[in-house]
Ligand binder design. Structure first.
Ligand SMILES: CC(C)(COP(=O)(O)OP(=O)(O)OC[C@H]1O[C@@H](n2cnc3c(N)ncnc32)[C@H](O)[C@@H]1OP(=O)(O)O)[C@@H](O)C(=O)NCCC(=O)NCCS
Length: 144
C-alpha cells in the first residue's frame, strides 16, 4: 500500500528511511533529511505486508502545472523489486489529479537509469551534492 504516513511512529520511520539512504552514507547529520517546509508537500510511503515503510518519495509543486519528485528512496535490501517504480507511478497519478502537466526531478547519477526506464528525459546536469554527487535535471510530460 502506498499512502502518506499518518502518525508519529510512521513519520519517524518515513524520515529514517530517507536519512539512511540519502544522508547517512555521506556523514550528514540527523535532521538534514528534512526541509523546513515538509508540511506543504505530498508524502508517499510504501508499506509492506508487515506494515513497515520500505520506500518513500515526496511530491512538490514548483509551478502551477509542474510537480517535482524529491527524496526518492527504497530500503537497500528491497531495491530492484518494483517498489520505486510503484511509488513513482502513484506520484504521477496524483500529479494528474492535481492538474500537473509535467514532473521534473534532479536525479543522482546512480539513479538515472531508473528514471530513464520510467520515461524521464535528461534536460541538463544540475547541482553537485555534498561536493561529490552529480545530479541531472530530468523531466516527463504527463499523458492525461
Ligand atoms: C533509485 C531507487 C529509488 C529505485 O528504486 P527500486 O525499487 O530499486 O527500483 P525498481 O525496482 O522499481 O526499478 C524499476 C526499473 O528500473 C530499473 N532500475 C532501478 N534502479 C536501477 C539502476 N540503478 N540501474 C539500472 N536500472 C535500474 C529496474 O531494473 C527496473 O527495471 P524493469 O522495470 O525493466 O524491471 C532505489 O534504488 C534507491 O533508493 N536507491 C538509493 C537512493 C537513491 O539514489 N535515490 C534516488 C535519488 S535521485
Amino acid at each position: 500500500m502506498i499512502r502518506s504516513p499518518q502518525n508519529e511512529t510512521e513519520w519517524q520511520a518515513y524520515y529514517e528511511l530517507r536519512y539512511q539512504l540519502l544522508r547517512a552514507p555521506w556523514g550528514q547529520v540527523k535532521g538534514s533529511e528534512q526541509t523546513a517546509d515538509e508540511a506543504q508537500h505530498q508524502h508517499f510511503a510504501f508499506f509492506n505486508d508487515a506494515n513497515q515503510i520500505i520506500g518513500v518519495g515526496r511530491l512538490d509543486q514548483t509551478a502551477p502545472n509542474v510537480g517535482q519528485v524529491r527524496f526518492m528512496a527504497v530500503a537497500a535490501n528491497q531495491q530492484g523489486k518494483g517498489i520505486g517504480k510503484a511509488i513513482m507511478e502513484k506520484m504521477e497519478k496524483v500529479s494528474l489529479t492535481l492538474g500537473y502537466e509535467k514532473i521534473i526531478l534532479h536525479a543522482r547519477e546512480v539513479a538515472r537509469p531508473f528514471y530513464d526506464k520510467l520515461g524521464y528525459q535528461l534536460v541538463a546536469p544540475s547541482h553537485l551534492l555534498f561536493g561529490e554527487i552529480q545530479h541531472y535535471l530530468m523531466e516527463k510530460t504527463l499523458d492525461a
